[in-house]
Structures are given as C-alpha cells and as structure tokens.
Write a protein that binds this ligand. Sequence first.
Ligand code: PLP
Length: 378
Amino acid sequence: MIYLDNASTTYPKPSTVLSAMERYMRECGVSPGRGGYSAANDAERMVADVRRKLTQLVSGSDPAHMVFTGSCTDALNLALHGVLREGDHVITTMLEHNSVSRPLETLRARGMITLTRVAFNSDGFIDPADIAAAITPQTRLIAVSHASNVIGTIQPVAEVGKIAAEHGAYYLLDAAQTVGVVDIDVAAWHVDLLAFPAHKELLGPPGLGALYVGSNVEIAAYRQGGTGADSAHPVQPDEWPAHLEAGTPNTVGIAGLAAALAALNPAKALAHIRTMLARFEEGVSEVERVRNVCPAPIDARVGTCALIIDGMDAEDVGAVLDESFDIAARAGLHCAPYTHRVLGTFPAGALRISPGPFTTAQEIDAAVNAIREVAASA
Ligand SMILES: Cc1ncc(COP(=O)(O)O)c(C=O)c1O
C-alpha cells in the first residue's frame, strides 16, 4: 500500500513505539500510582515523564496541567464543555474539524451559547481582524485550528492569541495537525487551552490525546471518577491533573508516546513532508482536469493538499486509487464541512493527499502517475 492519509493518522509508526508498548505491557502493565507498590510507582514515573516532555514541547509551564485524554476529540470536548457557561459567546472559524464544530453546535442548539464562525480567504487563511471584529462583551472563548486538516494552511495563531488576551477571552487552539511538525508556544501565543492527539505527527498510538490547560483557566470537571488518590473526596478533586483525569489512563499508549517523543524531530519531519507534497503538487499541476483547490505556498502549510478531478466524484477517485493502484488517500468532506463550503467543494468534497515522514519520492511519483491515469479516464 502507498499510504497518503497521514493527516488522518500517521502510518507506519516507528518500530521503537511498537516495541515500547509491548515492553510496557509485558514488564509493567499496572495502573499508575494507584496501588502504592513499586510497579505502580514505575508506571506513575513513566506517565509523569511524558507529561513533563509534552509540556516542554509546547512551551507550557506546569506539567500537572498537561491532562491525558482519550483523543484530540476528547480533549476538545473536555475544554469546550468545561469552560463554556450559559449565555457565553464563542468565536470560531470555517476551518474547524467536527470535533470543534459539533460540540459548539450542540451547545448552541441547547440555547446555551451564541456562535460566530469566521471565514478564510481564497489562500486558506483566516484574518485576525475578523476575529477582533466579532468580539462582544459575552465572548468567553475563541476556538481556532492551528492548521486546516483539509488544505493544511497554518493560521496566524499568535495574532489571534493577542486579540484573545486583550479582550479577556479564553483561547483554545486545536493543534491536531501541527503538534510534532510545527513548534508550539502556548506562553508566547497566549493559548489557554491546547488540544492535540498522540497518533498524528507525534507518531504515537491512537486512543491517546492531551489537553494543556493554562493555570488561570476556570474549567469544570466534565467527567468524574476514580483518580487513584483522594478516594474519600465525594466529588472530583481540585488537584491537577486529577481534576480532569478521571479513570485509568492509557498507560500503554503513553509508553508508546514516550518512545515516539524520544525520536521526534519536528523540523526534519516537516521539511521532508513539504518536499514530498511539493513534488506531488508539481507532478499533478500539468495534469488536465486536476485542480488543487487551495494551493497556498508550501512553506505556509503542513503536509496536506486537496484536489478534485473535473467530471469525477471525489469518492469515486478515492475508490479507484484504492482498488486499482493500492493507494490510500482520503476522499470526501474530511470531517470539515464548513471548510468545503468555503472552498466550493461541498457536498461532494475533495481528494486529500497527505504524505508523512516515511513517504518516499517513488511513492509520490506513483501517486502522480495514478492520478494522471484516473484523470485521463474521466
Ligand atoms: C484539525 C483536527 N482536529 C481534531 C481532530 C480529531 O482528532 P482525533 O480523531 O484524534 O480525536 C482531527 C483529526 O483528524 C483534526 O484533523
């Protein structure tokens, strides 16, 4: 298989990640900190070490506020349901993934919040001035994707953070597509809530994500349960990270993520991915009937592009690539319907190509040739 769906999840994972997960399950495998015996303490140390490394990675200040979650979606839900209150106004963008859009629409449908969704320009970038213009006295939260999962454009997140800080609104950044390839600085950018998954560019396993919460954020525990300590406390304890971490954590995933972090080289990975993407885009640029729906400059994007073949349904293109060429690429709306509305590709969607750190030039050339053949048959 030629795998070009790394924006969904990176594949393959480094073998060190797989072996760390197996080793953890064989040699430790117990719940962290819950028993007070030595294996539990080993597990707790391992979890604490990854918490500390992730905090450093995003320039956070307090590892206790790096909360492990089941996914990026889970982290985003924790943030949105935890901070929003009756009567709040939220500003978000047309670039969001459904894991931001749907919780917000749900809260709006319940009559709890009002919502402003700002658009992006023809190059794929939001304008921070649109966000500033949308602020009202009720604006409690600004929720923005660091990079689009459809067209890959990296947003002006530092400017948005400045606006949020000036107006006293919380700032939630969805870093699903950037953590592991783009440097993140929650302190410099005034980010109050940062959500990200382990399984994309961090090259960790699925079933794991994290939410970093700034120390001044008032956030309710959106779920309650066991924390391994304070068992006599009738409700969720206020101490971090237990405040937001109910239930047994995904220790095997965290062990895999530890191995992934040990080998992480964001700048090198991004340079390779961009080289592969540029090769692909150049290859298909001359192919008749193929249109890249938002060809922003490569150095302003993570490794994703979306294209359509005139006269063909995107889902059909994806199916032919799979069945006839053994190429895995994602067709459709990519869980980002508002993005496709602005791009003019709703409801059919587009074909998304997303190379990863292990994609080779030969694979890209094979994909270009396959697209050429499919387009010729259209
Ligand atoms: C921009 C963005 N946000 C959030 C998510 C949700 O991530 P997960 O599926 O790991 O929960 C994704 C996944 O594709 C994404 O691309």
